[in-house]
Design a binder for this molecule. Structure first.
Ligand code: 5GP
Length: 238
């Protein structure tokens, strides 16, 4: 049902549809890291991320979190509301890891006293720099009201995801989400939510079950994504 290819990113393609307010999102099998300097893929990765994102968007709908998902069309395509993407990556952290652990000179794994919400400016050429609210408002990327709403929604989404993943014996370390504004002017969650954009550790062994397996050459990336899907589809109170 996709018509014209509007955008091809590292892990997804976006097509127009007959309805100008609806886009078709295709999940690709490719995996990239370090701003696409490292490239890989595995067969079925797009389908797994599509299934995991679908499960999460349905759960968020039940919890009244406005998002762009409309319908999953087949194994690696979903239709979504067209939005104008706010050029900020919203990162939520529960456990110290990745770039923040590095920046603070700490080792991964320290549980934070409270969740942190951070903004990064979406710009590959600049390596998505960390920015604060004042930067975002002064540069015209988002209004103060939109920033407040994104933080509020991000923290609500965090609680919903923690519940989902805890039931699957997975620790939600951190994740990245994106928001957009739809044709009605409503700010809604957009993009995808999958192991490509989060850190998930096995609750008992701390085994990494996400894209860090690819980033750090730990192997068995496909098995990890498959296991995440199996565990959350069994454990999810859907
Ligand atoms: P960090 O800042 O520690 O590198 O990443 C924090 C979290 O956000 C991790 O779960 C990471 O996967 C996710 N994240 C940060 N930037 C990106 C990005 O550009 N793309 C994707 N897919 N995830 C990101």
């Amino acid at each position: 049902m996709g018509q014209e290819l509007l955008y091809e990113g590292k892990a997804k393609k976006i097509f127009s549809t007959a309805d100008s307010n609806v886009l078709l999102m295709e999940f690709k099998d490719s995996l990239t890291a370090f701003n696409a300097q490292k490239k890989g893929q595995f067969a079925g990765k797009g389908a797994l991320n599509c299934k995991i994102s679908t499960l999460i968007f349905k759960l968020l709908n039940k919890n009244a979190i406005a998002n762009h998902w409309l319908k999953t069309e087949d194994e690696n395509h979903m239709t979504v509301q067209k939005t104008k993407i706010i050029p900020l990556e919203v990162v939520v952290r529960n456990v110290l890891a990745g770039s923040l652990a590095k920046k603070l000179g700490r080792t991964d794994g320290e549980v934070l006293k409270q969740p942190i919400v951070e903004f990064y400016y979406k710009d590959d050429a600049l390596n998505d720099p960390f920015v604060n609210d004042d930067h975002a408002v002064a540069m015209g990327w988002a209004t103060e009201g939109q920033l407040d709403l994104m933080k509020l929604e991000a923290l609500k989404i965090n609680q919903i995801l923690i519940t989902l993943f805890s039931a699957a014996r997975l620790k939600l370390v951190d994740f990245k989400i994106e928001f957009g504004v739809n044709s009605a002017g409503q700010l809604i969650l957009s993009d995808e939510i999958s192991p490509d954009c989060m850190r998930l550790w096995d609750m008992d062994t701390n085994k990494k079950m996400d894209k860090d397996r690819f980033r750090q050459d730990l192997g068995a990336v496909d098995e990890a994504y498959q296991e995440v899907f199996e565990r959350i589809s069994k454990g999810a109170a859907l």
